[in-house]
Each structure stands twice: as structure tokens, then as C-alpha cells.
Design a protein around this ligand. Sequence first.
Ligand code: ADP
Ligand code: MG
Length: 223
Amino acid sequence: MSVSKESASQKLSNKFIVIEGLEGAGKSTAISYIGEWLALMNMPAENIVYTREPGGTELAEKMRDIVKMEVQGETLEDKAELLLLYAARVQLVEHKIKPALANDCIVVGDRHNYSSLAYQGGGRGIDLQLIEDIKQLALGDFKADLTLYLDVEPELGLSRARGRGELDRIERQAIDFFQRTRSVFLSLVEDDKNAFTIDAGQTPELVKKAIFIQLDKWLASLT
Ligand SMILES: Nc1ncnc2c1ncn2[C@@H]1O[C@H](COP(=O)(O)OP(=O)(O)O)[C@@H](O)[C@H]1O
Ligand SMILES: [Mg+2]
């Protein structure tokens, strides 16, 4: 690697990396790999901020609870779900992500905007342009500097997630919901030069290697 580790941590400060993928794709696992890579780059631990969506601030976590909640006799409408997810995202971006970036931290996000396009657009079938408009209202041009999308067959992801414990309201959707979600993720990544697909169906060792390769390439591209 040609960049020195001192300049590496400088280049990485005020960057926002996002991991996206279906349930059980290995996002949480990938985030621990990113932590290892950042340590190799001499990024001080106190300059690394981890977020998860929905949630990550006190109010955003309450909104997450509502999204996950099951209430007798009242379903959460798809559009209400979408708006709650964006409301939570506004809180997270304004109260946690932007201040951390302004403070020379790197932010590593477990999910971000593409999850709403993929799940609410692909999965639930809400018009993608409508979601883009809400995104613009909520976040303006704010976006991730790098997105790594962990691609798995929904069946494989769900079987991994099942092994982890009970499935929640969203995880119990039919398989074709996740097929539609996956296909939107794939097309979003294809259209975004700062987003890359990682084959997450591989062994953990190979997934880690693929993530390190993408991170090394990305770092080399930063000026
Ligand atoms: N590449 C992999 N191969 C097999 N199992 C994996 C792999 N990556 C993660 N796992 C396991 O699958 C489960 C889900 O992984 P996790 O990282 O929690 O996924 P996510 O955060 O995307 O839902 C965990 O038990 C994890 O140990
Ligand atoms: Mg996870």
C-alpha cells in the first residue's frame, strides 16, 4: 500500500462508510471487519463512530421500536413506516453523524438510505421516485462516501438470521419480498460509483478479504 498510515487516518476522517444488505447477510460481522481494518490503518478508536439504522439516537431508537412493534388490530401502514424510518434517519444524521464527521471522526453505518429504497420501494412497492423525494426533503444531498452492499440469496440470509434467534415483524416477510428488496439493492449499487457489491454468500474469511480489498482500493482513491 502506497499511502502511509498517518495520511490514511487523515484521509479517513470525516468519511461515512455504510454497510447494506438483507437480514443475515453479515452486516454486523462486516462492521467488525471494518473495525479491524481501521485499526490496521492506525485510526484511533475514539475517532470511530458506529451507527445502526433505524435508531442511533434516543428519539431514533424510540422510532425504531415503533417500526418493530406489533399492535393488535392496527397495522403500521407502509407509508407510516417509510416516514418513521426517514424521521429516525434525520435525527441520526443531524444529531450524531454530521457532528461526528465535523469532529474528524469516521462513521461506520449499519444500514442507511439504500435500505429504505430497497425495502420500502422494492419490498413494499412504494414508488421509488416518491422515496427519493422524501429523502431529498429529509436529508438533502447528504450521502455515504462509500457503500458496501453485502449480497446474499434471501434464503441463505434468512437461514443465518434464524440461527441467530427469533425473526421480527420485517424478517417474517415472504421470500419474494426479499427478492424484490435484493434487486433494488443491486440496481442502486450498479448506478452508484461509490457503492460496491460484496459476495456475502462466501465463507467469512473470503468476505473479510473482499471487504479489505474494497477498503484498500477506496483509500487509495481518496485524495
Ligand atoms: N460469511 C458468512 N458465512 C456464514 N455465516 C455467517 C457469515 N457472515 C455472518 N455469518 C453468521 O450469520 C449470522 C448473521 O450475521 P450478521 O452479521 O448478524 O448479519 P446481519 O447483521 O446482516 O443481519 C451470524 O450468526 C453470523 O455469525
Ligand atoms: Mg446486524
